[in-house]
Design a binder for this molecule. Structure first.
Ligand code: ADP
Length: 281
């Protein structure tokens, strides 16, 4: 672990705020405790820009790599293009300049709203992706039950979304994403609408799933504390058109106990992220 940074360091740390270092296999491996090896990045964003048809320039040239074993969070002011970046990563939209590539087609997307089908049980919501992709019935049932177990909803598969709490609905949404065994999981502020206690529980839950799973993740959030608690790297974006102004490896290993949030070193690193955000809002 490197020595804790301070907020004052951040204000003067030009190297951290102006020249994002490229992530390396070694960096990912050290941060996550899992081997990055020589496998290709799960996501490569190479000079990607996005200008919409109405002339809105949402993203400047973005360079970003997410390697296996990394959970990279992106923070930035509202409207700076975070969701646009995620949509490009998901292949839901195309960049107007540059390129976005993923190492595999197994990419899952988790929205802020769980977007469950109200007329299907939790189990049937999780099974849906398998149905659409032609996974045989017994196999998709087995996978869905195992994934519901994984997210702590083993006993709730027969319940309908209206019978579930906000946190449980989000767990179903996570199960629906993970049942596909993604190589890359994309999260668009999934916990933003949850109450504070449920949000903290879901952060713990996501870290457990990330440690147990085998996927790389790109996670959008407004919350600096959430970003620092969850990720191996925090990427800070400027105001629109969004560009990356800092790419900060998080100096804490996994597992991360909830009490880490009250550690002075955690506060100091969060201060460094906030300073980068404020300097480029
Ligand atoms: P963020 O997720 O950081 O809040 P978005 O990626 O949603 O930001 O949006 C970035 C900018 O692009 C905003 O100004 C938004 O209004 C604009 N925008 C997003 N989608 C479209 C679209 N389909 N057409 C035109 N402008 C868009």
């Amino acid at each position: 672990m490197r020595p804790p940074a301070t907020a004052d360091d951040a204000a003067t740390d030009d190297a951290a705020t102006s020249a994002p270092p490229p992530a390396t296999d070694d960096a990912a491996e050290r941060a996550s405790g899992r081997p990055g090896g020589s496998t290709p990045p799960a996501l490569t964003v190479d000079g990607a820009g996005k200008t919409f048809e109405n002339g809105t320039r949402a993203l400047d040239a973005i360079d970003l790599t997410v390697r296996p074993g990394e959970l990279v969070t992106v923070v930035g002011p509202s409207g700076c293009g975070k969701s646009t970046l995620l949509r490009l990563a998901a292949g839901l939209d195309q960049p107007t300049t540059g390129r976005v590539t993923t190492s595999s087609d197994a990419v899952s997307y988790v929205f802020q709203d769980p977007t469950l089908l109200e007329w299907r049980t939790a189990l049937h919501n999780v099974e849906l992706a398998g149905e659409l992709t032609g996974v045989p019935r017994a196999e998709r049932r087995r996978r869905a039950l195992a994934t519901l177990d994984l997210v702590g909803l083993g006993g709730s598969g027969r319940q309908f979304p209206r019978e579930l709490s906000g946190g449980m609905r989000m767990r179903v949404s996570l199960a629906r994403a993970l049942v596909r065994q993604p190589d890359l999981a994309l999260f668009d502020e999934p916990f933003g609408a949850l109450d504070e206690i449920t949000r903290l529980q879901m952060q713990t839950e996501l870290l457990r799933l990330f440690s147990a799973g085998d996927f790389a993740a790109l996670f959008i959030t407004h919350s600096v504390s959430e970003a620092v608690y969850l990720s191996t790297r925090v990427v800070v974006m400027s105001g629109r058109p969004g560009r990356i102004v800092a790419d900060l490896p998080v100096p804490f290993g996994y597992p991360r106990p909830p009490e880490l949030r009250y550690d002075p070193a955690f506060a100091a690193f969060a201060g460094q992220v906030s300073a980068a955000l404020e300097a480029h809002a």
